[in-house]
Ligand binder design. Structure first.
Ligand SMILES: *Cc1c(COP(=O)(O)O)cnc(C)c1O
Length: 415
């Protein structure tokens, strides 16, 4: 058979030749309509900047939603990927691979974790955490200990287990029934937690700074009560660090602001330097809960993604990006709080490190602010139309921050 003929209908090469309009047209024709997308496609990124299909440049305060912590196309990540791509891209977890072992060690060396399981996303890491908690309880001969408590307003992912854990009915409606024995209680409400917890609770899963929930910080007094309940009922305390992890909040992991050790924590988003990877990290008995054959992932922790993750990890530690996040975050929050003329517009500025929320007062203005910023060359995200979220690359330069703040301030003043 003539090869040329056979491949006559070869897929369009995804090259930088597609402009915005072509991407919009073809995307709408062929890609499932699960996102409300902006009328643009991105074709290139460098540090804290990205470019669209028409060549327009943007400062990126979204960073792929808290993913590109080391910036777009960090040279160390690019180099690690290129080298590994020519060496070994995939092998099964039936065999060891060096990068996975080194990445597990890097996580263990920088946290309270003793063992790590790798998967491919945040939802999957949280699925793993739910399974781990139940297996841990059943291993103790307590098959009735199956309840998992999570917080209202939380976000843990879109697979059915992670979605059941997510305390926002808006994401669940139409997909029921959710998993049984998943209880949601108000975040930071100790009485609600006390009322829900019992000997049948195998785990409490929370974020130390709610991300998709609107950048809501954990109350230390609530945490103190939660730790007492953990002692009383003997459940696992599991922290979803998918968004807060990898230096984002000014520490390597969000829980490290609070002086306690979770039994389990999950990672994804920024872990792979832009590549898709998730991790389930555990200590003590929880680290032994899953035994051979009880949990698995074909792609999890493969040599290519873990090469990128290792490179990204060493950039985060080497360039002290967590410290940089703390400093830059303070700078941004102080600046926004000092803006004149914002009464009636901004209700509160809050956050940790470079995970910052600006709560707006007028309802429904979020989308317009985001769109006006976009047209002026600034990408920013808005949660539930109410809270502007800034999660830029941690490497963002001072000049880029200043330009971004100038654009945002101008847009807010013109509202
Ligand atoms: C994004 C996010 C998830 C889901 O991660 P995916 O990789 O999209 O599955 C889970 N938990 C938190 C806190 C997140 O921010």
């Amino acid at each position: 058979m003539n090869l040329v003929k056979r491949y006559k209908n070869k897929p369009e090469r995804m090259s930088k030749k597609m402009n915005n309009q072509t991407m919009i047209n073809m995307g709408q024709e062929y890609v499932m309509n699960t996102y409300g997308r902006f009328p643009m496609g991105l074709v290139k990124g460098q540090g804290a900047k990205v470019w669209d299909g028409d060549g327009q440049e943007y400062i990126d305060l979204v960073a792929g939603i808290a993913v590109n912590n080391v910036g777009h196309c960090h040279p160390e990540v690019v180099k690690a990927l290129a080298e590994q791509a020519g060496t070994l891209i995939h092998c099964s977890n039936l065999y060891w691979n060096e990068n996975q072992i080194k990445l597990a060690k890097a996580i263990v060396d920088n946290s309270c974790a003793e063992k790590v399981f790798f998967c491919n996303s945040g939802a999957e890491a949280n699925e793993g955490a739910l399974k781990l908690a139940r297996r841990w309880a059943s291993r103790q001969g307590k098959p009735e200990k199956v309840q998992v408590i999570t917080a209202l307003n939380s976000f843990h992912g879109r697979t059915l287990g992670a979605l059941s854990a997510t305390g926002q009915t808006v994401y669940q409606s139409g997909f029921g029934p959710m998993l049984p024995q998943l209880t949601h209680v108000a975040y930071n409400d100790l009485d609600a937690l006390k009322a829900a917890a019992s000997d049948k609770t195998c785990a409490v899963l929370i974020e130390t700074l709610q991300g998709e929930g609107g950048i809501i910080p954990l109350d230390p007094a609530y945490l103190e009560g939660l730790l007492k309940l953990r002692e009383q009922y003997g459940f696992l305390l599991m922290i979803d660090e998918v968004q807060t992890g990898m230096g984002r909040t000014g520490k390597m992991f969000g829980y490290q602001h609070f002086g306690f050790e979770p039994d389990v924590f999950t990672l994804a988003k920024a872990l792979g330097g832009g590549m898709p990877i998730g991790a389930l990290c555990a200590r003590g008995e929880a680290a032994q809960a899953l035994q051979p054959g009880e949990h698995a992932s074909t792609f999890g922790g493969g040599p290519l993604v873990t090469a990128a993750a290792l490179a990204s990890f060493s950039v985060i530690t080497g360039e002290k990006l967590a410290d940089q996040a703390a400093e830059k975050g303070r700078y941004i929050m102080d600046a926004v709080k000092s803006w004149p003329g914002m009464t009636g517009l901004i209700k509160e500025v809050r956050g940790q490190g470079l995970m910052i929320g600006i709560e707006l007062i007028p309802e429904g203005l979020g989308a317009k602010i985001v769109e006006d910023c976009r047209q002026k060359g600034l990408l920013i995200n808005c949660i539930h139309g109410m809270v502007l979220r800034m999660v830029p690359p941690l490497v963002i330069a001072k000049e880029e921050i200043d330009r971004a703040l100038q654009i945002l301030q101008d847009v807010l003043l013109s509202i």
